[in-house]
Design a protein around this ligand. Structure first.
Ligand code: TGC
Ligand code: FAD
Length: 392
C-alpha cells in the first residue's frame, strides 16, 4: 500500500470531469494493482537491483501491454487517454514498471502493428500483449545516442537472408527479451526495422550492471555478430529514420503522463508526512516554507496533467504533432524530477530511506530525463520549430 490515502491523489482542476467512466475504471483498476502488487516489493527490487518477478505477465493480465492495439491482435483497443492514465498509475509505482509497459507497447508492439506484415502481427502481437513474450527496442548505439541517424549497425542482403552486424547499447529489457525490434542500415544506407529473435546464432544480450537509476529494470546491450535474419523478419512498411522516431512519439507521449504518477507519489507522501511530523511543537505543514513547496508541487502537477490530457485529445484526433509531444515530455519530466528532489527535503533525513519513494523516483527520473531524447534535445526540437533554424 501507499503511505498516503488514495483519496489524497490530486485532481485540483477537476480533470475527472473530462474523463469517461471507462477511463476512471481503468485508472482505478491499475491504481489498485500498483498498490497491491508493486508497492510492497518495489523498494526491495530497486535496492537489490533485481527485476520484479512475473512483471510482464502481470502487466499483460491487467491490459497494460499495447492498450491501444486492436483487440484482434490481443490489445485492448483503448484510446490514448486510457493509455496515458495507465502509464501515470504504473509510474506512480516506479518508472521501471512504466518503462517495461511503454517499451513493450510503444516501441515493440506499435512498430509491428504499424509497419509489420499481417504474418508478423499475428505471430508476435498476441504474445506480446499477454506478456508471454518480452520485446526490446534497439536504436541507441555506443557511438550514437542523440544522433541515431549516424548509426553503424548494418545488414547485407545475402539472397535468401540478411546478415546483421553491429551493437545497440542502453536497451531496456535486453537481457530478458525474446525478440528485439532493431533499427539498422541496409546497403543503400537507409534505416530499416528487423525483428531479431533470441536463439539466433551470433545474437547476445549482455546486461549493463551497477546502475544507480531504474534499478528494478534490466538494461543491456544487443550484440549482433553475423546474425542470419530470415527475410520475412524485416518490417516491410517503413524505410528511414521516421520509422523509429514514430515509435518514440508514442513512447514520449506515454512518458509525459507516466512521470505525473511519480510526481504524485512524491507529493502525496510529502503532504502526508508534513502533517504528521512535529517540530517546534507544530506539524511541519504549518510552516510557510513547507507550504510553499507543497503548493508549488500541486500547481506544477496540475499544469502537467492538463498538458498531457490535451495532448491525448489531440492524439485521439490524430492531430498531435511530434513537436507538441517533445514539449510535453520535456516539461513533465523536469516537473517530476524537481518535485522528487524538493519533496525529499520535506522528509528531512527520512527522505533518504527506502521506506519512502523520493530517492528512488529521483534516481529513476535521471534516466527518464535522458532517454527518449534528452532534456536538451527536446529543447532544440522546440527551438528548431519556432525559429526554423536547426541547432543540432
Ligand atoms: P531529421 O533529419 O530531423 O529527421 C529524419 C527523418 O525523420 C523524421 N522525423 C520524425 N518522424 C516521426 N516522428 C518524429 N518525432 C520525427 N522526427 C523526425 C523527419 O521528418 C525525417 O523524415 P524524412 O522522411 O524526411 O527522412 O533527423 P536528425 O538526424 O536531424 O535527428 C533529429 C533528432 C535529433 C530530433 C532525433 O534524432 C532525436 O529525437 N534524437 C533523440 C534520440 C532518441 O530519442 N532516442 C531514443 C532511443 S529509445 C529510448 O530511449 C527508449 S527508453 C525506453 C524506456 O525504457 O522507457
Ligand atoms: P549523448 O547523445 O552522447 O548526449 C550526451 C549529452 O550531450 C546530453 O546532455 C545531450 O543532451 C547532449 N547533446 C547531444 N547532442 C547535442 C546537441 N546537438 N546540442 C546540444 N547538446 C547535445 N535506447 C534505445 O534505443 N532503447 C532503449 O530501450 C533504451 N533504454 C534506455 C534505458 C536507460 C536506463 C537509459 C539510461 C537509456 C536508454 N536508451 C535506450 C538510450 C537513450 O535513449 C540515450 O541514452 C539517449 O538518447 C541519449 O543518448 P546518449 O546517452 O548517447 O547521450
Amino acid at each position: 500500500m501507499s503511505y498516503y490515502p488514495i483519496h489524497t491523489i490530486p485532481d485540483y482542476f477537476l480533470l475527472d470531469d473530462l474523463l469517461t467512466e471507462e477511463h476512471k475504471l481503468i485508472r482505478q483498476s491499475v491504481r489498485e494493482w500498483v498498490n497491491s502488487f508493486i508497492m510492497p516489493q518495489i523498494d526491495d527490487a530497486a535496492q537489490h537491483h533485481k527485476e520484479i518477478p512475473n512483471l510482464m505477465k502481470e502487466l499483460g493480465s491487467i491490459g497494460a501491454l499495447g492498450p491501444y492495439i486492436p483487440e484482434e491482435y490481443g490489445g485492448a483497443g483503448l484510446d490514448q487517454i486510457s493509455y496515458g492514465l495507465i502509464m501515470q498509475e504504473l509510474e506512480r509505482g516506479d518508472s521501471a514498471v512504466r518503462s517495461a509497459a511503454s517499451v513493450q507497447s510503444s516501441l515493440v508492439m506499435f512498430p509491428i502493428y504499424e509497419f509489420g506484415s499481417e504474418e508478423q502481427k499475428r505471430k508476435y502481437l498476441p504474445k506480446l500483449a499477454s506478456g508471454e513474450m518480452i520485446g526490446s527496442f534497439g536504436l541507441t548505439e555506443p557511438n550514437h545516442g542523440s544522433d541515431p541517424g549516424s548509426m553503424e549497425t548494418h545488414f547485407k542482403d545475402m539472397g535468401d537472408h540478411f546478415l546483421l552486424n553491429g551493437a545497440k547499447m542502453w536497451i531496456t529489457n535486453a537481457p530478458l527479451c525474446d525478440i528485439a525490434v532493431v533499427w539498422a542500415k541496409g546497403e543503400d544506407g537507409k534505416v530499416r526495422g528487423l525483428i531479431v529473435e533470441r536463439g539466433m546464432d551470433g545474437f547476445t544480450t549482455p546486461e549493463t550492471i551497477n546502475k544507480w537509476s531504474l534499478r528494478a529494470s534490466k538494461t543491456g546491450e544487443l550484440v549482433f555478430r553475423d546474425v542470419k535474419i530470415p527475410k520475412e523478419n524485416i518490417l516491410p512498411n517503413v524505410t528511414g529514420l521516421k520509422g523509429p522516431l514514430s515509435c518514440l512519439n508514442s513512447a514520449r507521449y506515454g512518458i509525459s503522463w507516466g512521470v505525473i504518477g511519480a510526481a504524485i507519489d512524491c507529493y502525496c507522501t510529502a503532504l502526508q508526512y508534513s502533517k504528521e511530523r512535529i517540530q517546534f511543537g507544530k506539524p511541519i505543514a504549518s510552516f510557510q516554507l513547507q507550504q510553499k513547496k507543497l503548493a508549488e508541487f500541486l500547481t506544477e502537477i496540475t499544469k502537467a496533467q492538463l498538458l498531457s490530457w490535451r495532448l491525448g485529445v489531440l492524439k485521439n484526433a490524430h492531430k498531435a504533432t511530434p513537436v507538441q509531444i517533445s514539449m510535453a515530455k520535456r516539461n513533465n519530466v523536469k516537473m517530476a524530477i524537481d518535485i522528487a528532489r524538493e519533496s525529499r527535503q520535506i522528509l528531512g533525513g527520512m527522505g533518504i530511506m527506502g521506506e519512502f519513494p523520493m530517492m528512488r523516483h529521483a534516481a529513476n527520473l535521471e534516466s527518464v530525463i535522458t532517454y527518449e531524447g534528452t532534456h536538451d534535445v527536446h529543447l532544440l526540437i522546440t527551438g528548431n520549430d519556432i525559429t526554423g533554424i536547426n541547432a543540432f
